[in-house]
Design a protein around this ligand. Structure first.
Ligand code: G4P
Length: 527
């Protein structure tokens, strides 16, 4: 197969959702359809359950498993599909954001009874930043759901994206009759005896006036469906694939993942419309996937929790060319040439050494602590891919050394954990103390535990009251200097020496933005 053929058959995406909407269940059903797994439950074990905050060992166990399911690749109808797993727990939201930098499209799962939830909104913001094409799957139709038109309005308004239903539900909850697949002009009937086992039976109904419709779902629901579909045609623009690919319009499917319902339709449509690997943006230029030379970036680093084998796996997303085993590549940040004798690929539950990988693929590279999130590998060009930002953290604590004899170990541990993207480190201008900023409270526990078990270092946390950290920049040097002088006690630098303003309260932040008009405040580290 040529490089071009390999590229055009690849579909790399993530399933994202607010916790509990059904992301794990849907992922699992997609894998079952793809023949990648044969029993349910394989993905489920990866999940960090709600309320796991107190059960730290459980998280450790889960982390071990999650390497295997980080990337789930499988073949389906001639396509090579790569599903990138994202952590369900909200405290690991930043891992999810970074994974989104490595996908070409996403499927967003929404609970039909709850509608759009907070995490769905945040994830969509990240998709919007990158114009990632989005398909929406409204789940749990077997439960009493909100009115479908209300749900569609809610998605449109809350996620700020145009929607186009490609299927439409016939009732929900105990009276759920089925889903009409607008895309394929087929009726999928929901029959409870098929629960959990197979896909629902489908009937092809191209003419909605056909008496067949009422035969299957009854007169009342048939009339309702006709009205609903008429309204759909009247209200929504026809499906426009280009608008979908530009991230402006989201096709919407309805179903019930746990019942395997509406999943096949979703997958069939997905492989037809979802994009193959797309152009990647580097600082100096854009990179096309079919360029002959290999390039890729690290979007995730997974540490081995075993203190005797403190090695890590760096996940490399291939952006262009063909990646080959045992070939020298430039690690751009260090300027070193490195070669990998056992790069791994992930096929559902199995991990195997590969000889070649193509754009869209994710390769696991063995790392002894030298790689960081965002690192680029090339055949010699000094590329730096953009769009892998750090997000402004929301929780902060001073980190102190609790064992003076282990100073070096602590410094090394902090440094490597920051490279892995576990949290962000700031150094206060006021007193030179180190501040750790995270997205969720759980990370503090993770850091303390890992420093102790992997690096033999001990840390202590001390409270600090900060509302938000933001990076600042200005072309007005005088105003910037004035700001830094006046806000001296609230200033810090990040790991790369960039200025960061630590706002005490949202009011202080708003006031600073108001009073210093020439200063730009950034809530992601990439600008
Ligand atoms: P998540 O990864 O998005 O957090 O959600 P997950 O798939 O784990 O699903 C959350 C809960 O919702 C699970 O129940 C799951 O079985 C259920 N669920 C998923 N899809 C559907 C659906 O279509 N209909 C209904 N009624 N429920 C659905 P749980 O009780 O939390 O877990 P479990 O004990 O069933 O494993």
């Amino acid at each position: 197969m040529t490089l071009q053929e390999e590229i055009s058959r690849r579909r790399t995406f993530a399933v994202i959702a607010h916790p509990d909407a059904g992301k794990t269940t849907l992922t699992e059903k997609l894998l079952l359809f793809g023949g990648a797994i044969h029993v349910a439950g394989a993905v489920k074990s990866n999940k960090i359950k709600k309320g796991a905050t107190s059960d730290f060992m459980e998280i450790e166990r889960q982390r071990g498993i999650s390497v295997a399911t980080s990337v789930m690749g499988f073949e389906y109808r001639g396509r090579k599909i790569n599903i990138l797993d994202t952590p369900g727990h909200e405290d690991f939201a930043e891992d999810t954001y970074r994974t989104l930098t490595a996908v070409d499209s996403v499927i967003i799962v929404i609970d039909g009874a709850k509608g759009v939830e907070s995490q769905t909104r945040k994830l969509m913001e990240v998709c919007r930043m990158r114009n990632t094409p989005v398909i929406v799957y409204i789940n749990k139709l077997d439960r009493p759901c909100k009115d479908p038109f209300d749900l569609l309005d809610e998605v449109e308004k809350e996620l700020k994206i145009r929607v186009r239903p490609l299927s439409f539900p016939i009732s929900s909850g105990t009276t759920l009759k089925g889903v009409y697949n607008i895309y394929e002009e087929q009726l999928s009937l929901f029959t409870s005896d098929e629960r959990q086992t197979a896909d629902a039976s489908t009937v092809e109904i191209r003419d909605l006036k056909s008496p067949l419709l009422a035969e299957h779902i009854g007169e009342r629901y048939a009339a309702q469906l006709r009205d609903d579909l008429e309204l759909v045609q009247g209200v929504y623009d026809p499906f426009d694939r280009d608008a979908y690919l530009r991230g402006e319009s989201a096709p919407v499917f309805f179903g019930s993942a746990v019942n395997n319902f509406g999943v096949r339709e979703l997958l069939e449509c997905f492989i037809r419309i979802a994009p193959a690997p797309r152009t990647a943006t580097a600082e100096s230029r854009t990179v096309e996937p079919d360029e002959p030379k290999m390039s890729g970036f690290v979007f995730k680093i997974h540490a081995n929790m075993d203190p005797n084998h403190r090695d890590r796996i760096a996940f490399l997303k291939i952006c262009s060319g063909t990646f080959e085993r045992n070939r020298n590549y430039l690690h751009v940040r260090s300027g070193k040439q490195l070669k990998f004798s056992s790069p791994t690929a992930f096929m559902a539950e199995k991990k195997s050494v590969i000889d070649y990988a193509y754009p869209g693929d994710i390769v696991g590279l063995h790392d002894t602590g030298n790689f960081a999130i965002g690192d680029t590998f090339t055949e010699g060009e000094k590329l730096k891919f953009t769009g892998i930002p750090s997000f402004s953290p929301e929780q902060f604590r001073y980190i102190e050394n609790a064992d003076p004899l282990k100073f070096k170990q602590l410094a090394k541990g902090i440094d490597q954990l920051m490279d892995e993207g576990v949290a962000q480190l700031f150094t206060s201008n006021l007193n030179g103390r180190k501040i750790i900023g995270t997205v969720g409270a759980l990370q503090f526990e993770v850091i303390q535990y890992r420093l102790e078990h992997e690096y033999g270092a001990a840390c202590r946390w001390e409270p600090i009251s900060i509302h938000k950290a933001c990076w600042i920049r200005s072309d007005n040097a005088e105003q910037l200097a004035d700001f830094k002088r006046r806000k001296h006690t609230n200033m810090a630098v990040d790991k790369h020496g960039r200025d960061v303003f630590l706002a005490d309260t949202s009011y202080a932040l708003a006031l600073a933005q108001e009073n210093f008009k020439d200063i730009r405040f950034y809530f992601t580290s990439e600008f």
